[in-house]
Design a protein around this ligand. Sequence first.
Ligand code: GDG
Length: 505
Amino acid sequence: MPSDTQSRSDLVIVYHRQPYEEVEVDGQIEYRENKSPNGIVPTLKSFFGRVDKGAWIAWKHAQDPSNPGFDRVVEIDDPHGKYTVSRLPLTPAQVNSFYHVSSKEAFWPILHGFKERYNYDPVDWSTFREVNWAFAEAAAAEAAEGATVWVHDYNLWLVPGYLRTLRPDVKISFFHHTPFPPADIFNVLPWRREILESLLACDVVGFHIPRYVNNFVTAARSLLEVDTQKREKVKAELNAQTSALSEQSVITEVAYEGRTVRLQASPVGVDVDYIEGLATSKDTAARLDQIRTDLGDRRLILSVGRTDYTKGGIEQLESYERLLESRPDLRGRIQLMHVSVMANENMTAYRQIQEDLEHMAGRINGRYGSFDWQPLLLISRPVAFTDLVAYYRAADIAWITPLADGMNLVCKEYCAARTDGDGILVLSEFAGAAVELATAVPTNPFSHRSMDSALSYALEMPEEERRGRMKLLRELVRKQDIRFWAEDQMQALEPRASGGLTTAA
Ligand code: GDG
């Protein structure tokens, strides 16, 4: 770990993902750009270009579980700037306890409002604290005097509190990539107070949309003496009329124990230039021709997401089955491609959903398919992003119907890829993106009637309406892209201009 103040960083990013890929070439490890399609990692790294030196802290599997020492990678000097990457080696037991059990089995269902899936008993809170403490210590060691430390996501919930104790001088910003639930759901977590106190040690706490901000404040006020200091009217871009997640006003500042905490709603976007570049490439054109030839005159409905109960895959296949049953005229004329990739094969809940999806796909294809028509293609292996973009281009309808989703980037990628200006987005009202994407066809995945009628409506939509809706969707996705999000989060750390705000009651 660095001990001299000279080598310390002005910006420290704490994120579970490493900012590059390790590739073995001729027995040597090479570090390569990690080009995630949504562009989060490159965008975060681009901020290193604005400071003398940056640092990134992630975790990795320990090579030697009996001696998981701190590991520091050599300095990286790439087009983004100069930065070091520190990796905390976690033992298999730590990964299982901190990540799979505490984060995925306890926090994840609560964050998404699935109380009944919450599994409290196996949580080992001391390991969760220990791992978060290790991240905070690493950030404290890297940060220069007054540096900014930007922490990502709920598996690092306790980092801000620990870091504030270790380094009262740094500015701390924390971003939630998931929803934040209402108080009566969040408070199911026995560690609720400790988590909230840690978050209130930040200078800025970020969420995708105003609803999650207001939920956070109700949770904080339910347990702690938190004063609401400022409230603002929600800006038009985050207030689509149709969304179940709309808010009219949002709390932007609270005070706790003499500190002021800024709350910021900034929806994560996608790297529109990158996706448009792929969508208009020669390779995509060739792939698209092939897909269209295979489809013939059938309409393609596309659904993409991780295999997770929050993503609503089962409910979607049920709706598709009802449609094929009630509309014999559509048989042979449509095809659903459902890409559902399991991110974590170790978790029973995800394996069960995968099995259920496979079972339903077999039933749908068996009941309605014929020699020359397979109604449903279930893809469970990861698809190359270049192929995914070709399918975005080919799909008449993107059918994105999560039961709960912090934002949902697939629907934004679909719009970004539609450089031809066509295509229809049917979007769940319970995806954070619904508060922005006002001209998507809204659907309520908890209602059979709404699910079925939204898809039927989309299938009948005339070209003029399709293009009109897509034009507005594309404008919004371009405006609120990934760089817009990152700038918004960083600006929230700047001193605030006074005036123009109303003081909350
Ligand atoms: C969390 C929050 C929030 C999917 N299948 C394949 C594939 N993907 C890519 C998509 C997209 C990404 O995975 C999924 O992003 P989402 O936003 O939809 O969902 P989460 O992974 O749950 O992300 C979410 C996000 O954080 C950002 O804050 O929006 O609400 O849950 O980029 O393209 N990519 C490839 N093959 C696949 O088969 N290559």
